[in-house]
Design a protein around this ligand. Structure first.
Ligand code: SF4
Ligand code: SF4
Length: 482
């Protein structure tokens, strides 16, 4: 064990609590504000099952365009793996709503405002409910946190049902039972979680807690007790040594004040080493920083990696695993950007009607298609449609004409419009006396005000009947007319 010389000046104290509170505040402002921000009527992030749309960074995607989803999911999962490998449960301590709301309820409301606990530096003490006034305060604290939990549940809903719809829907709850069930269901669960399940959620329920041990390595940033300086409080089997440290090792710097244990919201002792229950709140780091600071020594519990602590060096952020994650994330992010720029401003679905063709004269034949025009852009457009050749050696487009619809038509932003599109062949296109002739064509629909960017092309076939079919058709018609 290393012996430490006593410094003459107090080491610089790095307290994380205030920084975490600032991050909590900023996270709350961002999460509450985001759903209200729109760019040309499109949200920053919205996955609306109601409208069948995904809004991402001000771009609107239809559900039929959810080719973006795999990229987003890969980014999400690889991002979680990366952050966890790099900095452990950073999310849990610094941004998870569970942790933020527990701090608001336990530390702010119950302890600081209503004085139902003595101090936030001891989270092991039960709530003091001795008098009627205490019970009244506890009830008030519960009512406040319940209101905040319902607001948080609404905030979650706003990423799926935009606020402008949400408030209109909850004004008529009987017409929107699914939304009410989800909102109140999440809200009530959240209240129960914050008030009664508490940190047991992080320890026993949260799936993230289970995967972290697989993702950690010895260079991962985590709250770490320096047993080289502080001394071994637990044996190699994790059992607490039944003797005061000073009797085992006189050089051990840990004074066994247990401040790091008392402050821990998940009731663990960080001196035992990293445990699944640790949510990276760094309260133990702050506690020991305070204790050791009074002795003019650096904290025995620091936010560092086991290797950095062992070798008394800086944390190795860039290593094979983290670099590999950065490479994968960069590739997926670039792919997402490329794919999202190829977004069509409209969607086009083409279906043949039940009648393959309509014979008008011995040469003139019509094909009618049921075409759904979907304006996925954020503004209304007037659309038209044209026929293109499917390949450079084809000139079929010059022999066909769209006779319906004749005029352009408006499709409102985000809306669909179904049109029966009739294409006419004005000359005989039959290639075979006995079989119908099939000509591949391309239908291209476009917005008149932005022809180059808002368009969609779809391949389909124009069918021209055989000579035999045409003759039989007219023979039967003549027989009927006789
Ligand atoms: S050991 Fe406890 S106090 Fe320390 S970071 Fe983990 S959860 Fe927080
Ligand atoms: S706060 Fe520091 S000195 Fe006190 S018991 Fe924990 S590690 Fe030891």
């Amino acid at each position: 064990m290393q012996s430490a010389t006593l410094p003459t000046t107090a080491p610089k104290q790095v307290l994380y609590r205030k920084k975490r509170y600032l991050v909590y505040f900023l996270a709350a402002v961002v999460l509450l504000g985001f759903p209200f921000i729109t760019i040309d009527g499109t949200h920053i992030f919205l996955l609306s099952f109601d409208h069948g749309e995904l809004h991402l960074l001000g771009t609107r995607f239809n559900m039929q365009e959810l080719y973006l989803m795999p990229f987003l999911l890969i980014l999400l999962f690889v991002g979680i793996f990366f952050i966890t490998t790099l900095a452990g449960r950073l999310w849990c301590g610094w941004a998870c709503p569970q942790t933020i709301f527990r701090v608001i309820y336990r530390d702010l409301l119950q302890t600081t405002i209503f004085g139902l606990r003595k101090k936030i530096s001891n989270k092991q003490q039960p709530l003091r409910l001795e008098s009627f006034a205490d019970k009244l305060k506890a009830t008030l604290a519960f009512v406040i946190i319940a209101f905040l939990c319902l607001t948080a549940a609404a905030n979650l809903m706003w990423f799926f049902v935009p606020p402008e719809d949400f408030f209109a829907y909850i004004a008529n709850p009987s017409e929107h039972p699914v939304l009410m069930v989800f909102w109140l269901g999440f809200g009530i669960f959240f209240i129960f979680d914050i008030a009664f399940i508490q940190e047991n959620f992080c320890v026993y329920i949260c799936p993230y807690c289970r995967v972290q041990s697989v993702l950690y390595d010895n260079d991962t940033l985590m709250p770490t007790y320096n047993y080289n300086r502080g001394g071994f409080v637990y044996d190699k089997h994790g059992i607490k040594i039944d003797k005061k440290l000073k009797f085992i090792d006189p050089n051990a710097e840990c004074i066994e004040c247990e401040q790091c244990v008392k402050v821990c919201p998940t009731h663990i002792d960080i001196r035992k080493g990293m445990q699944l229950e640790c949510i990276n709140c760094l309260e133990c780091v702050d506690a020991c920083t305070g204790v050791m600071g009074k002795l003019h020594k650096p904290s025995l519990v620091t936010w560092t990696s086991p290797t950095a602590m062992e070798q008394n060096q800086k944390v190795r952020y860039f290593r094979f695993r983290t670099i590999a994650y950065i490479v994968v994330l960069s590739i997926v992010f670039v792919a997402l950007l490329v794919v999202s720029t190829k977004k069509e401003g409209m969607l086009l679905n083409i279906n043949n009607t039940s009648e393959l063709y309509k014979i008008r004269t011995h040469e003139v034949v019509d094909n009618t298609f049921r075409v759904v025009f979907h304006n996925t852009d954020s503004i209304d457009h007037e659309f038209s449609i044209e026929i293109l050749n499917p390949s450079v050696d084809s000139d079929i487009a010059s022999k066909l004409e769209i006779i319906k619809p004749k005029d352009p038509f408006v499709v409102k932003s985000g809306q669909k419009r179904t049109e029966m599109v009739t294409i006419r062949a004005r000359e005989n296109l039959s290639k075979n006396d006995r079989n119908d002739s099939i000509y591949p064509i391309i239908l291209r629909s476009f917005a008149l005000d932005n022809k180059e960017q808002i368009f969609a092309k779809r391949r389909t076939n124009f069918t021209y009947p055989s000579q035999e079919t045409i003759q039989t058709y007219f023979q039967k018609r003549e027989e009927r007319n006789r």
